[in-house]
Design a protein around this ligand. Structure first.
Ligand SMILES: NC(=O)CC(=O)C(=O)O
Length: 304
């Protein structure tokens, strides 16, 4: 399975410190994207909910309407900031996620916007699996109180590099998404995410490494910086893992930009050494990627 990645590149994950001021968050994110591009990154990732604090109480206040596309600047300043800075820096920009509002159905989503080097919107992903958990005495969170779930698998064909899979945070706990993307020749899976100080130490690195190991692809997880004054304490530790499940780079808790060289030859080397790619037994169990997989959003017609 050679040549999934057309050429090596430098990836940057921006572990952004966001606060309550949306305009300030957007200006700050923009300056960090410019900084990462100046350092040589040609693909840049922002964290989940980069334009707002993370929490159900914040989603309606910070939500933007992105359809029909392109939206007006008034309806989606985040869309326009991401598009303009991607064009200015000539980079691929995975715009973390923002709360999205759809007036027609009065629904909110947790949505990622991906722009190409010309500033064109390449794809959107709405968080498919909502973060509804209750660990007594530790953390209770119910995104479904406010958000609706997305309903498609997102694989994006980047003209310069090849295919990446994209999903958001809690989606990482559902290995099917990465498995489907890898079987459809993605070289990397990207997760903007905001684990917390309870689930982060338990599972953040394990999830990233597991998705990389199972699929022998690169995995990138990009978190907000930790803010102990905020109501939600993000874990941080943005990281890039290689196809052999080795951590290439990892942030600490504070704001930072971490970089990794993404070289497709590592995929080939890993798959040659441990050839699970040719050893699967689809005569014994079904291939999840060949079942009914939805790549198009039914309500909006938005595709990967
Ligand atoms: N915030 C999330 O969506 C997920 C998370 O924190 C976890 O899975 O743990």
């Amino acid at each position: 399975m050679a040549g999934l990645l057309k050429k090596p590149f430098k990836l940057a994950l921006i572990q952004l410190a966001s606060g309550g001021d949306k305009a300030a968050n957007l200006a700050h994110a923009r300056s960090k994207v410019v900084e990462a591009a100046k350092a040589g990154a040609s693909m840049i990732v922002l964290p989940e909910c980069f334009n707002s604090p993370y929490g159900c109480q914040y989603f309606p206040k910070y939500a933007e309407t992105i359809l029909p596309s392109p939206p007006s600047k008034e309806k989606s300043p985040s869309w326009h900031m991401l598009s303009s800075v991607a064009a200015e820096t000539k980079t691929y920009l995975v715009g973390g996620s923002i709360p999205e509002y759809v007036p027609e159905t009065k629904e909110y989503f947790n949505t990622s916007l991906v722009f190409g080097p010309s500033g064109k919107l390449l794809a959107t992903h709405r968080k498919v699996h909502l973060f509804d958990i209750d660990i007594p005495g530790k953390i209770k969170f119910k995104e479904s109180d406010v958000l609706s779930p997305g309903n498609k698998v997102t694989i994006i064909d980047l003209p310069d590099y090849g295919k990446i899979g994209l999903a958001i945070c809690y989606d990482v706990r559902f290995p099917e998404l990465a498995m489907i993307a890898a079987r459809k020749d993605a070289f990397m899976f990207v997760y903007p995410g905001a684990f917390n100080t309870t689930t982060g130490p338990m599972h953040w690195s394990l999830q990233a490494r597991a998705r990389a190991m199972d699929n022998q692809i690169f995995v990138a997880m990009c978190s907000p910086a930790r803010d102990m004054e905020a109501s939600y304490h993000a874990y941080g530790h943005s990281m890039v893992v290689n196809p052999n499940a080795e951590v290439l780079t990892e942030a600490e808790e504070h704001e930072d930009i971490v970089y990794a060289e993404i070289d497709g030859s590592k995929i080939e080397e890993t798959r040659k050494g441990i050839p699970i790619y040719t050893q699967r037994r689809f005569d014994v169990y079904p291939d999840v990627s060949t079942g009914k997989v939805r790549f198009e959003d039914e309500s909006s017609g938005v595709q990967s």
